[in-house]
Design a protein around this ligand. Structure first.
Ligand code: PLP
Length: 425
């Protein structure tokens, strides 16, 4: 299966049959909108895998988690808060395929305490975690997250393998980990490798080879291997999807070789975040000012990196489209810089890695028209902050022809929750 890459258009009137203006009027701006039908398609794409484990850090709204659960997807959690989100969305701690797995490189004390109480399955990314878990849950089963010694990511900050990555257990330390596990009667039942977002297939066969070696070393307690996440999605014209058929075949071949070696079945998991939700999401904003600075034209919005941080963090590119208040089929185009309202010169959506400001060819627009940031469903709202005293945006789900608010826009009460002014003595 390989999906044809989308063609992005810089004019957009609607999202899943709802006009952008209608959504904006109903919920205000900025608003994140997610189209459930897109999420369903992405889940269906991965049906060949035995288990789809969603890395909820990409978008952890409990409505999204609930719907994914209903589609048979299980989850990863990287903190106590994410475990509780999963529970709030109806996942249980125990079950066939570990409905919730805690996967991290450290236990903070709260996480270890929670796991002592509820026996949640852990995917260990550091040898110290094995001893710490052994002390509170001797006899547990664990998964090991392995760093194969090389990595691959679409940017330096999303590369999660190799010596500069803090993630996973270095491949030479597996023996040491097995000794530590033995001390506490802990069995390693799974091997996991997540080597970064933006995986390519040539690279992948190397990863599979490394995983097989580790698996042989771990031995017959093994019941599961995980391909990790990192499936890319196209963010601009010319970018392609990974060939999922080939991707699956490579992992399946590894799985089958290991099954033949061990003489028992192994489950094959995949652990996507971005792939399941990125394309479902849109950030609807309003253009609040248009100004010329020398030769540059700026469209300034009512949203900044407080709502969508990927451009300032990684120089990420998001497709941008204009939705005019009164729909237009055509409009003259010009090169513009798109920025936000924050008191910070880096608050620019059209920037490249390193902070270089670039321009985008967009339709002419006026103040009051809408600007939609697309492919914003992953690492969008979850990275939002209250910087500059901004209320985090509304989140809306489109499902079966209906609009549902799945998170209200924040209020001033949310902004100062937990703050107190001590009495003056
Ligand atoms: C972030 C993460 C993922 C998901 O990465 P994507 O690039 O969003 O697919 C999967 N597994 C682990 C352990 C992660 O930390």
């Amino acid at each position: 299966m390989s999906t044809v890459a989308p063609a992005f258009n810089n004019l957009r009137q609607s999202i899943a049959d709802f006009s952008v203006a209608e959504i904006a009027k109903k919920f205000g701006t900025p608003t994140y909108v997610y189209d459930m039908a897109t999420i369903e398609k992405r889940v269906a794409d991965l049906a060949a895998f035995d288990v789809i484990r969603y890395a909820q850090k990409a978008n952890s709204n409990i409505a999204i988690l609930d719907r994914l659960r209903r589609l048979g997807v299980v989850v990863d959690a990287v903190s106590v808060g994410e475990v509780k989100r999963a529970l709030a969305a109806g996942f249980s701690i125990h079950g066939d395929t570990h409905p919730i797995v805690y996967t991290a490189d450290v236990f903070d004390r709260a996480a270890l305490e929670m796991i002592r109480e509820n026996g949640l399955h852990v995917n260990c990314g550091s040898p110290d975690m094995i001893d710490q878990l052994g002390e509170v849950c001797p006899g547990a089963n664990i998964t090991l997250r392995i760093n194969p010694g090389f990595g691959h990511g679409h940017s330096q900050k999303t590369n999660t393998g190799g010596p500069q990555s803090k993630h996973g257990i270095w491949i030479d330390q597996v023996d040491d980990c097995l000794r530590r596990a033995d001390l506490y009667n802990i069995a390693v039942t799974g091997i996991h490798m997540h080597i970064g977002s933006g995986t390519d297939l040539e690279h992948l066969s190397q990863v599979c080879g490394a995983l097989e070696k580790v698996a042989m070393n771990v031995g017959r307690t093994l019941k599961m291997i995980s391909a990790g996440g990192g499936l890319p999605v196209p963010y601009r014209d010319g970018q392609e999807y990974v060939d999922l058929d080939q991707y699956f075949q490579l992992w399946d071949a590894s799985r089958k070789r290991l099954e033949a070696h061990f003489g028992h079945k192994l489950s094959l998991e995949i652990e996507p975040g971005r792939y399941l939700v990125a394309e479902s999401g849109y950030l609807i904003t309003e253009i609040r000012a248009i100004k010329k600075m020398g030769e540059n034209t700026f469209y300034l919005l009512d949203t900044g990196f407080n709502d969508l941080a990927r451009p300032i963090l990684y120089g990420s590119y998001h497709p941008i489209a204009i939705a005019h208040q009164t729909p237009k089929r055509h409009a003259p185009e010009l090169d513009v810089v798109v920025g936000g309202p924050l008191c910070e010169s880096g608050d620019i959506f059209t920037q490249e890695e390193g902070g270089f400001v670039s321009k985008r060819r967009l339709p002419a627009a006026s103040v009051g028209d809408y600007l939609v940031m697309e492919v914003a469903g992953a690492y969008g709202f979850v990275m939002a902050s209250n910087y500059n005293g901004r209320y985090r945006a509304e989140e809306v789900l489109i499902e079966n022809g209906k609009l549902h608010s799945i998170r209200h826009r924040e209020s001033f009460e949310d902004l100062i929750r937990g703050e107190t002014i001590p009495a003056v003595s």
